[in-house]
Design a protein around this ligand. Structure first.
Ligand code: AKB
Length: 317
């Protein structure tokens, strides 16, 4: 039986992942953890963990006989640019703490399976932007992207050198309705729905034609859990897998919203986040994930927009 620890449970991915894992493994077998208490998200146990405190992480892992850790605590791209040293410390030391604990436990015969999120931010301006391959030029230009690329190399290193069973996905922008936007460059695609449903126009911080890879939360959760459940002998990538959902730009998203809410208007006022978005891919080639663990996205733009509008409306009532 798996005992699962999710660090960063209060975040956009963490909160929904805890719910899904509690459904799959039982609420008693999932420990939600973050730096401050918020909600149990369907788990039965909540622990306060600062991912920079390695002794505390080890203590919780030992206490609950944890077999899998999802380390999700991070500063995202836009927030990271405002506090680069803090982003580097949190994103790198957080991962290293978990990898080291997994190495030590592995050597003691108590293996720990690890999930860590990379991002499309690990790519950069010289990466081929369309159908970006699994293996290609990676020259990220944000501190967040640099930490993701370094983290990918660390994951592969700990797998090759110490046999740590670490798995990772290069997430596209994740769209969801349960948590508010959290400091990412792709978050315009969440904020826009909140403006539209308040009956307001949306001032977009990206240019109209800036196409980015995105994924709807149910697909992102399914991808994460499928990768963690996959047969380890089938996994040929131990840095991080490209995973594609869908791709769109602000103009296309606004048009899809307008089909449901005809009065909706979008205006463009690009800021510093435009340069970040311009350095990222527009679409991803995820054929390696398809081959190794049968990944396939299900949710397209029409279904995503309809579901976001339906659920944000319900939440606002
Ligand atoms: C961000 O915009 O920073 C994140 C990401 C693509 O990793 N959503």
């Amino acid at each position: 039986m798996e005992k699962i620890l999710v660090i960063g449970a209060n975040g956009q991915i963490g909160s929904e992942l805890v719910e899904a894992l509690a459904r799959q493994h039982g609420a008693d077998n999932v420990v939600a953890a973050d730096i401050s208490p918020a909600s149990l998200y369907g788990a039965k146990i909540y622990e306060i963990i600062d991912v920079l405190n390695s002794a505390r992480i080890s203590e919780v892992i030992e206490q609950y006989n944890i077999t899998q850790v999802y380390q999700l605590a991070a500063l995202l791209s836009a927030t990271g640019e405002k506090a680069p040293l803090k982003a580097w410390e949190l994103n790198m030391d957080g991962l290293l703490n978990i990898l080291e604990i997994a190495r030590i436990r592995g050597e003691a015969g108590k293996p720990l399976k690890v999930f860590w999120p990379s991002s499309i931010a690990a790519f950069g301006p010289n990466t081929p932007p369309v159908n970006t391959p699994q293996y290609t030029v990676m020259d990220p230009s944000t501190i967040y992207g640099i930490s993701k690329l370094a983290g990918e190399r660390l994951c592969e290193y700990y797998f090759e050198k110490y046999g740590v069973d670490v798995r990772s996905i290069r997430y596209p922008g994740i769209i969801s309705y349960k948590s508010p936007p959290g400091g990412g460059t792709t978050d315009y695609a969440i904020a826009i729905f909140h403006s539209a449903l308040r009956g307001e126009s949306y001032e977009c911080f990206l240019e109209s034609e800036t196409t980015l890879p995105m994924i709807y939360m149910p697909d992102a959760i399914r991808a994460t859990i499928s990768l963690m459940d996959a047969d380890p002998t089938k996994l040929s990538v131990r840095s991080s897998y490209n995973v594609a959902g869908l791709s769109f730009n602000p103009r296309e998203l606004a048009a899809a919203i307008k089909q449901n809410l005809p009065a909706f208007e979008i205006h463009y006022a690009p800021d510093s986040r435009q340069a970040i978005a311009a350095s990222w891919p527009q679409s991803l080639d995820d054929s390696q994930a398809q081959k190794d663990w049968k990944w396939q996205a299900n949710i397209g733009l029409g279904a995503l927009v309809a579901d976001m509008l339906k659920n944000i409306t319900v939440a606002a009532k």
